[in-house]
Design a protein around this ligand. Structure first.
Ligand SMILES: C[S@@+](CC[C@H](N)C(=O)[O-])C[C@H]1O[C@@H](n2cnc3c(N)ncnc32)[C@H](O)[C@@H]1O
Length: 402
């Protein structure tokens, strides 16, 4: 793993960013000298005295201009990556006793920027989010794939989803995935708390499935109200909005829900849900629809014990935040009409562009005084949050009190 690096003198006012340990230098923090770099170039970052302060990767477009791969004068080498991997795996050992669906490496927050590695049973999926990080992603995958032990491997297959290379800001078409080892199952499998889950490795979002929603899947079936542990889903009616491949529907059924209605715009995702995440077909309904149109048109006589609202981020930049919040407000207002007394809404938001307080405020405004926020999840242990922008996921229960 040898990287040819180019020298870049960091602007004086940006040195503090590196010192503070933030893993990104934003485009507006660059000097004009950066204009000569190409997407994926490795940079040796120096201060005004030519002291090496970090090594990073340049990105030619988007808000992030440089990802800091290692602070200090030492280069990024195999020893460094192996140490980062060992630390990441150590954090997840306890998790391995309850599931084999685990995010093994969570990019910047695990000290390997731009690289995400998910384990779905015996299949590993690696995603690189920066052209310059592809080689590290491959190396990290090979190391983890060969590691025998409770938490990983030896993996049956390793698949890489490389970053899309950009030239003059335009992303190129690249093969969506490269198999580094074995033959990946089209459908990967993993077990979480005794429930079986399937992952569409060929077509799935991100690496294939939303492992970050594990806390929500778990939370559906176990609930502590004060000191009494109750299962709020026993015989419950659940409305699962933005259901995707039905992993929450599966968790709700596992927790004893009597009826689960899953709504999503993607027919393919719902077909996958019906095929892989259903035990008792009688208890499930699948509706292919645009939730923003379907929900307001739903008869008020349809009442649920739990309404799960997990919409897409609807923001690719900050200017879209007010519009997304507006859409969320309408959504929660519409959802509130279908919650039984003492029922609940789960409100989820998956973008760091909408701040935590801003999101909860919008939901609170939309739900009104009849609902009270009673529970909020913290990030899963395999999704550590190492810097503010990594704190993207917000999940809260809002209970109807009157
Ligand atoms: C964040 S994913 C949901 C993940 C899911 N809750 C799970 O447990 O895996 C968002 C989903 O919203 C769906 N979606 C996006 N816009 C939609 C719309 N207007 N109406 C219905 N579904 C939509 C997408 O097809 C996608 O499946």
């Amino acid at each position: 793993m040898t990287m040819r690096t180019r020298r870049y003198q960091v602007r004086k006012d940006t040195l503090a960013v590196v010192d503070r340990g933030h893993p990104w230098i934003f485009r507006e923090q660059l000097s004009s000298a950066a204009g000569v770099f190409a997407d994926g170039d490795w940079l040796k970052l120096v201060d005004g005295t030519n002291k090496v302060i970090a090594h990073g990767i340049y990105e030619a477009s988007g808000a992030i201009a440089i990802r800091i791969m290692r602070r200090g004068p030492q280069p990024v080498d195999a020893v460094f990556i192996k140490a980062q991997l060992a630390a990441a795996i150590a954090k997840r050992t306890a998790l391995a006793s309850t599931t084999d669906g685990i995010r093994l490496v969570n990019g910047e927050s695990d000290g390997i920027p731009a690289v995400v590695i998910d384990r779905f049973g015996d299949d590993l999926v690696i995603a690189s989010y920066s052209a310059g990080a592809d080689a590290i992603a491959r190396y990290a995958g090979r190391v983890l794939g060969a590691t025998a032990g409770d938490i990983v491997g030896p993996a049956r297959s390793i698949t890489l989803r490389p970053a899309r290379r950009r030239q003059r800001g335009v992303a190129s078409e690249l093969p969506q995935r490269r198999v580094l080892r074995g033959t990946p199952s089209e459908i990967a499998r993993f077990v979480e708390d005794g429930a079986n889950y399937a992952v569409d490795l060929a077509e799935g979002h991100k690496t294939g499935a939303y492992l970050d929603l594990r806390g929500l899947r778990r939370g559906l079936g176990s609930w502590t109200d004060g000191t009494v542990a109750v299962n709020p889903l026993r015989d419950a009616r659940v409305l699962n909005l933005f259901a995707y491949t039905g992993m929450l529907a599966r968790a709700a059924e596992h927790a004893g829900a009597q009826s689960i209605t899953s709504v999503d715009a993607s027919e393919r995702a719902l077909a996958f849900a019906a095929e892989y995440h259903v035990d008792d077909r009688e208890r499930h309904q699948f509706v292919t629809a645009d939730v923003f149109e379907w929900l307001p048109a739903l008869s008020e006589s349809e009442q649920f014990d739990l309404v799960i609202v997990d919409p897409p981020s609807m923001t690719s930049n900050k200017t879209q935040v007010p519009g997304a919040l507006n859409a969320y407000r309408k959504l929660y207002k519409a959802a509130a009409r279908h919650v039984r007394p003492s029922g609940a809404i789960v409100a989820a938001c998956c973008t760091s562009r909408i701040e935590r307080a801003e999101f909860h405020h919008a939901v609170s405004e939309a739900l009104g005084h009849r609902f009270k926020k009673t529970r909020e999840l913290t990030p899963e242990v395999d999704h550590p949050v190492g810097f503010p922008q990594a704190d993207y996921l917000k999940i809260a229960w809002w209970r109807r009190t009157v």
